[in-house]
Design a protein. Structure first.
Length: 277
């Protein structure tokens, strides 16, 4: 679905929700209480700031007796083929998060990827796809990074494993550019990046990537992903365990200054390999 079409559906969802809520005689707070979210949360849906989760849309249908209209609209919003089904909701949550903390063990996080790096990652996993497919995926990934340019951008904390710096994704020249991009964002203080070096040995997230998100008026969530699936978790006990793991990762990482030096050193290593080939 084109981004303009998605936005139109999102805005219609909000307008229709407000109309149906008012017709039923509920305030935002009253409806929120009945579907187990805050009134401010309902307000964000109505202003098209935030896309509701499918289970919330279903509860809204039940409370307002709307014959499934909000569930159908929500499913349409989720149906963006540029993202895996399990990841589409994460993208929406990133847009309204006040803080994002991410651990990347092998691949540069999508919010930090350059175009060349994103193309290389996409083609490595999909060697027989069309150029149009690659362009759609890469464009969607670069669009996600726009949240880091907004005046209301979230705090973005990233822990990279040294693997991320050393694997020449796309080639040495592309990795030099990618690491230079990360270093530039660090120097601009747009992101806070630290690195876990090889010398640190075992760490608290050996199982894979981890992302945590905080929100102004909603509980925090955690997200983990493998090559073929992802899991978004909002159970308070599970999120607390994920937060503890991230705290342990912070302890294992180098200081920001030492991390920047290692990133720039790795970029220089890739550059030297480029010049000697």
């Amino acid at each position: 679905m084109a981004s303009g079409s998605r936005q139109a559906v999102w805005e219609f969802f909000g307008t229709e929700l407000k109309r149906r809520r008012e017709d039923a005689g509920f305030t935002q707070v009253e409806l929120g209480a009945r579907v187990f979210v805050s009134g401010a949360y309902i307000g964000q849906f109505e202003q098209a700031i935030r896309k509701p989760q499918l289970d919330i849309a279903q509860r809204i249908d039940e409370v307002l007796q709307t014959d499934g209209i909000f569930e159908r609209l929500c499913r349409k919003l989720i149906d963006d083929r540029r993202y895996a089904e399990y990841f589409a909701e994460v993208v929406e949550l990133e847009r309204v998060a006040t803080k994002i903390c991410e651990f990347a063990p092998t691949v540069v996080p999508g919010l930090l990827q350059t175009k060349a790096y994103a193309e290389a990652v996409t083609l490595a996993a999909n060697p027989f796809v069309t150029d149009e497919y690659v362009e759609d995926i890469v464009t969607a990934r670069l669009e996600r990074a726009h949240i880091l340019k907004d005046a209301t951008r979230p705090e973005y904390w990233v822990i990279l494993h040294e693997n991320v710096l050393r694997i020449p994704v796309g080639g040495r020249r592309e990795m030099t550019e990618q690491l230079g991009h990360i270093a530039g964002l660090m120097r601009e203080r747009t992101v806070w990046v630290t690195v876990i070096p090889y010398a640190a040995g075992a760490h608290a997230a050996m199982g894979g990537m981890l992302q945590l998100m905080d929100f102004e008026d909603a509980p925090p969530v955690a997200y983990t992903e493998t090559s073929f699936s992802g899991t978004l978790m909002d159970d308070p006990a599970v999120v607390k365990r994920a937060q503890r793991a991230y705290d342990l990762l912070r302890v294992a990482a180098l200081s920001p200054k030492a991390s920047l030096a290692l990133i720039e050193s790795a970029a220089e290593d890739h550059r030297r390999c480029t010049s000697t080939t």
